[in-house]
Design a protein around this ligand. Structure first.
Ligand code: SAH
Length: 213
């Protein structure tokens, strides 16, 4: 499937909706206006790709709602060349948004089917994350740490301590915390031992699951 002027028009409308819903970071909005979300969906859902909704992807997972992607990306305050760790690659849409913002993205996915699919698909779009890995996001990527920021895109019952340890001082960890529903939570690392916590209302994600490998 192609990216056409019609799709660009739909993306512009989506960007307007996201502004109305409170997204102000122009670099986030610019990335959303450039990444062709319809190509990340199974063809039966592609017509709805620019509605602000989550949709099913392979392996029983979901592609996050655009507002959620924009909200989490805004909380990260990504700067060009920042090293960002993402937990839950899924469709690769959030990965692509962070790459479009100039981040060096490291992403982990525990479903092999999605890991393989996304590893092939993103380069076809000209999107090159620094590192895609198949494994357990609870552990982070100690060999590549520390990170400027970390984003978790599945609902986490707890904050995995390895992720806190892999964050630079001054870095930001954005994680939806909870079981049935989640509270979007931002941790800012103040120094070696202290983290400042901020909470931003309720969201719904598929669960961050324990290691199955
Ligand atoms: N960022 C994705 C969101 C996908 S949904 C997107 O934009 O499409 C969340 C993803 O987290 C799912 O693909 C799920 O398989 C993955 N996931 C769940 N538990 C995980 C874990 N422990 N480690 C890595 N990925 C995990």
């Amino acid at each position: 499937m192609k990216d056409t002027a019609k799709h660009q028009g739909l993306r512009n409308q989506l960007v307007s909706q996201l502004k109305e819903k409170g997204i102000t970071d122009l670099r986030v909005l610019d990335a959303i206006s450039r990444i062709p979300r319809h190509l990340f969906l199974e063809s039966s859902f592609a017509d709805f790709a620019y509605q602000d909704k989550a949709f099913p992807i392979a392996a029983g997972q979901t592609i996050s709602q655009p507002f959620t992607v924009a909200f989490q990306s805004q909380l990260l305050q990504v700067k060009k060349d920042d090293k960002v760790l993402e937990i839950g690659t899924g469709s690769g849409y959030q990965t692509a948004i962070l790459c479009a913002m100039g981040a060096k993205v490291y992403s982990i996915e525990r479903q092999n089917e999605l890991f393989k699919q996304t590893s092939v698909f993103l380069p076809k779009l000209g999107i090159r994350p620094k590192h895609l890995s198949f494994g357990d996001g609870y552990k982070g990527l100690p060999n590549h740490a520390p990170f400027d920021s970390i984003i978790v895109t599945a609902g986490a019952p707890i904050i995995p301590s390895p992720l806190m340890a892999q964050l630079k001082v001054g870095g930001r960890l954005v994680i939806p915390l909870g079981n049935e529903h989640q509270i979007m939570t931002l941790l800012i690392r103040k120094n070696e031992t202290q983290f400042e916590k901020h909470e931003f209302g309720e969201f719904r994600f598929v669960p961050l699951l324990e290691n199955k490998n």
